[in-house]
Design a protein around this ligand. Structure first.
Ligand SMILES: *[C@@H]1O[C@H](CO)[C@@H](O)[C@H](O)[C@H]1NC(C)=O
Ligand SMILES: *[C@@H]1O[C@H](CO)[C@@H](O)[C@H](O)[C@H]1NC(C)=O
Ligand SMILES: *[C@@H]1O[C@H](CO)[C@@H](O)[C@H](O)[C@H]1NC(C)=O
Ligand SMILES: *[C@@H]1O[C@H](CO)[C@@H](O)[C@H](O)[C@H]1NC(C)=O
Ligand SMILES: *[C@@H]1O[C@H](CO)[C@@H](O)[C@H](O)[C@H]1NC(C)=O
Ligand SMILES: *[C@@H]1O[C@H](CO)[C@@H](O)[C@H](O)[C@H]1NC(C)=O
Length: 185
């Protein structure tokens, strides 16, 4: 006989293992005071307690202090270039080694893009997977450790303007995971 509390706990655990991932190298944007200012306390609390969390889960915890146009959830999962935050300086042709930590897989699609964070424009797609982080077969090693070649880009001289965006969408469970690495060129 399962009590409602146990059912709720098991349901919560299923939610937690539904998917989880983050770029670990190069160092991505993370939660900080600018995220809190842009996205509000609820989203900040959710993502600082679990930086691996997903866009939809964070949005469920948004409060009245959430500002969609400041937070830009769908670009960098609310993360901003925090004070002293890491910024790479990549000339065109730089070969960048990328590491992704998939804590819990869930079948989806993924891309690695160059995005102008200020305008939202996608400047390039460097990688694309139609079957990413599957939980029905072993994840190929080249989905979590791979290299990309940085293309020539415009308007990326000011830190905070351009990011390398890793975007993983597990559509069947409506969970999207995003990491952003700031760079200049
Ligand atoms: C996915 O999550 C978003 C944000 O919570 C919600 O607006 C949307 O309706 C959801 N879509 C589906 C298909 O559940
Ligand atoms: C949300 O942010 C935008 C852009 O900075 C700003 O123009 C707008 O006034 C803000 N909205 C609220 C309710 O604070
Ligand atoms: C990035 O590197 C280039 C070439 O080495 C240099 O000219 C430029 O000043 C650097 N930019 C930053 C923001 O460090
Ligand atoms: C980038 O570097 C890795 C090793 O660090 C290498 O395996 C890969 O072939 C390189 N890619 C290009 C396009 O040079
Ligand atoms: C990734 O590795 C798999 C084998 O595990 C291979 O079939 C596939 O072509 C590789 N993809 C890339 C982009 O290197
Ligand atoms: C770069 O900025 C200029 C001036 O704001 C703009 O006209 C141009 O479309 C931008 N280019 C890109 C690739 O964003």
């Amino acid at each position: 006989m399962y009590t409602p509390a146990i059912v709720a706990l098991v349901f919560a655990m299923v939610q937690i293992v539904a998917g989880h991932g983050l770029v670990t190298s190069p160092a991505p944007r993370g939660p900080g005071p600018l995220m809190k200012a842009a996205c509000g306390q609820g989203i900040y609390n959710t993502l600082s307690s679990d930086p691996y969390g997903n866009v939809q889960g964070a949005l469920q915890n948004r409060g009245t202090d959430y500002n969609a146009s400041e937070c830009k959830m769908n670009l960098c999962k609310g993360s901003q270039l925090e004070s002293g935050g890491p910024v790479q300086n990549w000339s065109a042709g730089t070969n960048v080694s990328v590491k992704v930590d998939i804590k819990a897989p869930h079948t989806g699609v993924a891309n690695v893009n160059i995005v102008n964070y200020q305008t939202g424009a996608k400047l390039a797609t460097l990688m694309s997977w139609s079957d990413y982080a599957s939980n029905s077969h072993t994840i190929p090693a080249n989905q979590t450790s791979f290299s990309v070649t940085i293309p020539p880009v415009s308007n990326c001289t000011v830190p905070g303007t351009c990011v390398m965006q890793w975007w993983w969408d597990a559509h069947s469970i409506n969970q999207t995971y995003i990491s952003c690495v700031d760079f200049t060129q």
